[in-house]
Design a protein around this ligand. Sequence first.
Ligand code: HEC
Ligand code: HEC
Length: 320
Amino acid sequence: MPPVSRLVLPILAALSAMGATACGGSAAPESDGAATAAVTFHEAAWTPPREADIPADSLGASIRRGLHLLRFTPESLPAYAASNLRCTSCHQDDGLRPTAAPLTGSHARFPKYMGRSGAVIALADRVNYCFTRSLAGNAIPVGSREMTDILAYLAFISKDVPVGTKIAGAEGLIAMPEQLDGDAVRGKELYVAKTCVTCHGPDGAGNMPIPPLWGAKSYSIGASMARIERAASFIMHNMPQTAPGTLTAQEAFDLAAYIDAQPRPDSPGKESDFPMGGAPEDTPYDTQGHKAFRPPPLLPRGNPKGAIVPNPRVTRDVKP
Ligand code: HEC
Ligand code: HEC
């Protein structure tokens, strides 16, 4: 893999090349539902700051630490990041890649309503959803130095993005144009034919820094990536790492169906997701009014309590 510094320039070029077309199509973030539909977004021409722009002061030191936590998550925070995934395993190119759930502008998109939580949540809680679900780990304390550093980096790559503005290529994984029926048997063949196996391994366990796709060290059932449509989008636009953009939508759905049918860590509390109903069709576990879609075998979690991010408390419920 090329070092990240060599990756940044082509990404910036890709960001500007994507221009207007990327804004139009980048719909459907994971579960924001009705609440985002009511917001009028304005599109803004904008280029994210790069690592070289990080200031040489105390704030810069915090931003730089945040960036390194994203790049080396299990190495830096083994008690919290229990899997072999880094934040940048999915949010590729330091969170700047438009097709890989970009983190650019996220500081200007929160607090926001998430249908999955049934509540308005702050950016720190959103970060913790990725710690507990995508990294199958534990929530990091909201007031900690580490959380502040991560938020400092997210604010840095959101610089000059007006609050409530939709920026080119950002906000979640690009919605797949249509829901296709992924076939896990074809997906298993494609896993070999399309070279996934050479990097991610026959057992899906990866080989650090190549992340695992299933098993005890992979993302949990409660991660967005455990939904076939979300995984298909990531795969179609970003994989194979050596030749992104070469798979058809059907191949991406087949690969996603195969990968998401494999065993992975449980996500304690998942049955309380979507408390108002409205879970996407491919949610792989039962929730209010929804029957699990092709649920994978589950592996137990070491610290189920740490895996839960409580909904925001109401001040009147708290005794001083
Ligand atoms: C297994 C893949 C994966 C990993 C690893 C991961 N994330 Fe995410 N994250 C996602 C996906 C996918 C989304 C967007 C959801 C969608 O579009 O469906 C997301 C969304 C987010 C968002 C909200 C972005 C926005 O503007 O709405 C933040 C912030 C975030 N992740 C931070 C992190 C951090 C910090 C880490 C490391 C601790 C991390 N993520 C690790 C997959 C991942
Ligand atoms: C040349 C090695 C290579 C090949 C081939 C490859 N990947 Fe990846 N894959 C990676 C790396 C490295 C990452 C982490 C992203 C990063 O560090 O930039 C990744 C990340 C991923 C992720 C998100 C993170 C996770 O572990 O869940 C998925 C899903 C994925 N790859 C699926 C696939 C599929 C499906 C194929 C085959 C079509 C494939 N990959 C082929 C190297 C590869």
